[in-house]
Structure formats: C-alpha cells, structure tokens
Design a protein around this ligand. Structure first.
Ligand SMILES: CCC1=C(C)C2=CC3=N/C(=C\c4[nH]c(/C=C5\NC(=O)C(C)=C5CC)c(C)c4CCC(=O)O)C(CCC(=O)O)=C3CCN2C1=O
Length: 493
C-alpha cells in the first residue's frame, strides 16, 4: 500500500527527541572522568541536589561509581541499581553512559515474584498458542493494573491483528480487530526490535528537555534508542488520545530475532508501572516468545516433512518416466499437494499441460509473458497476483495466488501452481485508508470503531515451507533435465 503521507511518518526521527518523559530524570556521563555532559531539566528533583554540567557526578550516582564503571567495562548491555526508593538504570549511548532515575516503591518486587512464579506454571499448562497468549495477557493485566492488555500479532505486510485480550471493561474490546501497518511505522518497529519495553504513563505529559540539548562530546542530539524515558512522537500521543487511552505500555514479542508482535497495555486514566514490574513483564513476554518459537519450529518441521514425503514420490515418478513432465502430470494429487494448490500448469516443449483448476491457456500465456519481464526470477510467489499484474483481475477466480518456477531459460519452460481468490471480510479498528491531513500535516485517524472491508483479489497466503518445497522441486527437475540432456548428447556422439 504505497501512501506518500505515511512515508513522511516513517521519516520522523523518533530516537532523537532531545527530551524525556517527566516520570524520571536522565544524566549523560563521560565514563573516562565521570563528568556530566547533559542532564534533564528535572534531574535535581530526582537527585535531591543540584547537578552541574561539566562537573563530575556526585550524590547517589557517585556512591555507585565503582559498580557503574565495572559494568561499563563488561559486556552487559544494561545495569539496574535499586537505591532506597530510587531505581537507577544505566545503558550506553555511543561511548557515553546514560543514567535514568525513577522513583520506585521498595515493596514493588514482592508483588512481582508471586505473579511470575504463577505465570510459568500456567503457561506450561496451555496446550496451544491461543491459550498461551490468553494466559499472558491475563497475567500482565493483573501484574500491571492496566485496564486492557492485548496480544497484537503482525502479518506479512506489518498489519496487526489483536489475537488475545484481557480487560476490566473500562476500555472497548479490540479483540479480533486489525490495524494498518502505518499505525506503527518502520522506524518505530525497528526501534522496538532493539528496545523491548515502552511506557507512557501519561499521554498529556510535558516533555522535559535535556540540557544542553546538543551533547558537547558528539555535537549531536543524544540517541535515546535504548532509553526508557525517551519522549514519544507527538503523532503517537495524538493517536493515543484519539483511542481514548491516557497511558500505554507495549512489550515487544521477539521470535527468532524478528518483531512477531506486541503485548500492548492501555489505561483510560494515567497509569505508571515501576521499573521492577516492567522488567518482570519483559521476562514474561520473553517466556511467551520462546513458547511461540517452539510452536512455530514444530509446525514448520512437521509441514516440511509432509511436503518432502510428497516430493519424494514426485521425484520417483519422474526418474522412471521417459520425459520429466510425464512423472508430474501422472501424479496430479501429489503435484497439487506439493504446495496445497488447486491447479497447476506445465509449459514445456511449446505445449501447456494443465491439471486441476487453472486459468485458460491464453491467460497462462499472459502470465508467462508477464514473468518474462523478471528474467532473474527462478521462483516467483504471490498470493495477490492481480495487485502485481492488473490483467490477472480477469482470472482472479482461479489464479489470485501463483507459485511459478522457471525450469529452463533456453526453452521457455515453467511449472506454475495456482490458488483461487478467497473473499475475506477484514474487521479493522477504524478506516485504515483514512489519512487525516490538516495544514499539510498528517494526523492519526480519530475513529477506531469496527470498520469492515471486503478484501478481494487475494488467495490464501503461501507458507514458507511450500515455497521452499517449490524451490527444491525446481532444483530436482533442472537436475533431471540436465542429466537427460547429457545422456542424449552421449548417445548422439
Ligand atoms: C490497538 C492496537 C495498537 C496499535 C495499532 C498501536 C499502535 C502503536 N503505534 C506506536 C508508535 C508509533 N506510531 C507512530 C505514527 C503513526 N501512528 C499513526 O496512526 C499514524 C497515521 C502514524 C504516522 C503519522 C509513531 C511515530 C510511533 C512511534 C512512537 C514513539 O515510540 O515515539 C506504538 C508504540 C508506542 C507505544 O508503545 O504506545 C503503538 C503501540 C500501541 N498500539 C496498540 O496497542
């Protein structure tokens, strides 16, 4: 969905706001001499004493100087220190140390441990992914006290789907709703893959500037990518107000190094969560992510084994056939089951053999003509061919999805599988195509009411295992064709 407006959203440099949220204070330190390079305007309030830029740190930070410098010389990404009712978090920004201070009730840890122990047992008792997701949002709701906690899963186009929800009824249910990719733009997703927990205790906060805003050592604004207190994009704060949420916390679900989804928490009124509780939430979500990874790996492995078994039968049939395609067209069920297709066409030797539900021969010729414009493509897969090839609208009923494998460049030969159009009703949280523009600026949509859309010209998406099986079958066929050609050459020499 190419939308120039949203591209401008993606340009917003959210990692260098030059300010923080007021529920904590920030001090930027040069480790070589523990000199203060920058401090947030509210640092005195949290340190209980004035802080001088250019002077060495003192007070509670200096009291932990040795521990901080030992950490800074280690491989550990972060350091967390609880000093009475002050929580001090340290991370690196370039070769500087960033200290973040938050008041934190000393008994916060008690509540956390009990909830954590219960979670591991409850999760182990869940037989499937929906159960694991529901358990997680329920435990997070009780642990954090947010009004609503959602499990939000990204699809292949970075649209999001609410797949589990727990709440106390103060906020509307979003269960089952989808949200467009533009609601969380690419630079935000990239940031959340690095920094997994984001808290906004009060959407109407006044940003607290870092002083000086330009770091004297780097001559640039501080990179707050790893900070907890980073001030949030005004566009997103407007989004939250439009959504009727005064506080939010989201925790990234990282599976195999990619952002699988979020656990997103919201409250109707301002709501803060202590550092130790946020850390427990991160642990809970990482535990869930390991369960998701295990489930996905098991499902993919079982799927690959089943497809390999089918491929073994196809290769056996081809190896005893005079011509490789005879082995395929004589095994229609396996040929279609190889990628769970409804039809297939084999174009070779100037002929087009079709099995199952396919476009007409002329329409297949149009597809091959269109594929010819992709000369470097050995395997082409899409579940929405008409979006790439407009003429395919005419035969969307049989070919909204294709996997095409090029057998030979020399003699135009292809194996193409087809999937039919599947009409789907998608329930969005608000009209995803609505972009509000005022004085040339983009604004988030104001309604998140259920908005139904009939999605056409799409087939069921191809699984990774199916595309891999198609790629493997292509390699096998090319090998058979080459061997047959060599045998022929030897016979004629
Ligand atoms: C109901 C399901 C759901 C959605 C769809 C959602 C969206 C969401 N957007 C987030 C972040 C951003 N959205 C935007 C931008 C947009 N939001 C829009 O609706 C539009 C049109 C834009 C581009 C202009 C930006 C810049 C950011 C980065 C904010 C920051 O971390 O500084 C963030 C991350 C910030 C946060 O944790 O609140 C979220 C998570 C919250 N949330 C949800 O719970």
């Amino acid at each position: 969905m190419n939308r120039p407006d949203l591209d401008s959203c993606a340009q917003e440099p959210i990692h260098v706001p030059g300010a923080i949220q007021p529920h904590g204070a920030m001090v930027v330190i040069r480790p070589s001499d523990m000199t203060v390079l920058q401090a947030s305007a509210n640092a005195t309030e949290f340190l209980g004493r004035p802080i001088a830029i250019g002077e060495t740190v003192d007070g509670v930070i200096d009291a932990h100087r040795n521990e901080i410098l030992t950490w800074h010389g280690s491989e550990e990404p972060e350091l967390q220190i609880q000093a009475d009712n002050l929580s001090l978090g340290f991370h690196r920004a370039g070769d500087m140390i960033v200290a973040e201070l938050e008041t934190s009730p000393s008994d916060a840890a008690d509540n956390v441990f009990l909830r954590l122990r219960g979670f591991a047992q409850q999760l182990a008792g869940q037989p499937d992914l929906p159960g694991a997701l529901s358990t997680t949002v329920r435990v997070m709701e009780k642990l954090t006290g947010f009004d609503r906690v959602l499990a939000y899963r990204f699809d292949g186009e970075w649209n999001g789907h609410v797949v589990a929800e727990a709440g106390n009824g103060r906020l509307p249910s979003y269960m089952g709703l989808r949200f467009p990719a533009g609601d969380i733009p690419p630079q935000a997703r990239a940031l959340y893959a690095l920094n997994h927990v984001r808290l906004i205790p009060d959407v109407n906060y006044q940003p607290v500037p870092l002083q000086p805003v330009i770091n004297p050592q780097t001559g640039d604004t501080l990179d707050m990518s790893s900070a907890q207190l980073r001030s949030v994009s005004p566009i997103h704060l407007e989004y939250m107000r439009n959504m009727g949420t005064a506080a939010s916390m989201s925790v990234s679900i990282m599976v195999d190094g990619r952002l699988w989804g979020l656990i997103a928490c919201h409250s109707h009124e301002p709501h803060n969560v202590p550092v130790v509780t946020r850390e427990a939430c991160d642990f809970i979500v990482q535990t869930l992510a390991m369960r998701i990874a295990a489930q996905e790996h098991a499902d993919e492995a079982a799927h690959s084994v089943a497809l390999a078994r089918i491929q073994g039968r196809l290769l056996g049939a081809m190896s005893v056939s005079q011509y490789w395609l005879d082995g395929l067209v004589s095994n229609v069920a396996d040929l279609l089951a190889q990628v769970a297709a409804s039809g297939a066409a084999i174009v070779a030797g100037g002929e087009c053999h079709t099995v199952g539900a396919t476009p007409t021969q002329d329409e297949i010729a149009q597809i091959i003509g269109w594929l010819a414009d992709r000369p470097d493509t050995e395997v082409f897969a899409t579940h929405a061919l008409p979006l790439d090839m407009p003429a395919a609208k005419d035969f969307a009923a049989t070919a909204s999805g294709i996997i095409a494998i090029r057998i030979s460049e020399l003699h135009e030969s292809w194996l193409i599988w087809f999937r039919p159009e599947v009409l789907r009703t998608v329930e969005w949280g608000g009209d995803p195509h609505k972009v509000v523009r005022e004085q040339g600026r983009i604004h988030p949509r104001v309604s998140f009411e259920r908005w139904s859309e009939q999605v056409r010209l799409h087939a069921a998406p191809w699984a990774e295992a199916e595309i891999t099986a198609a790629r493997d079958l292509r390699a096998a066929i090319v090998g058979i064709v080459l061997r047959k050609a060599e045998e022929l050459a030897q016979l004629s020499s």
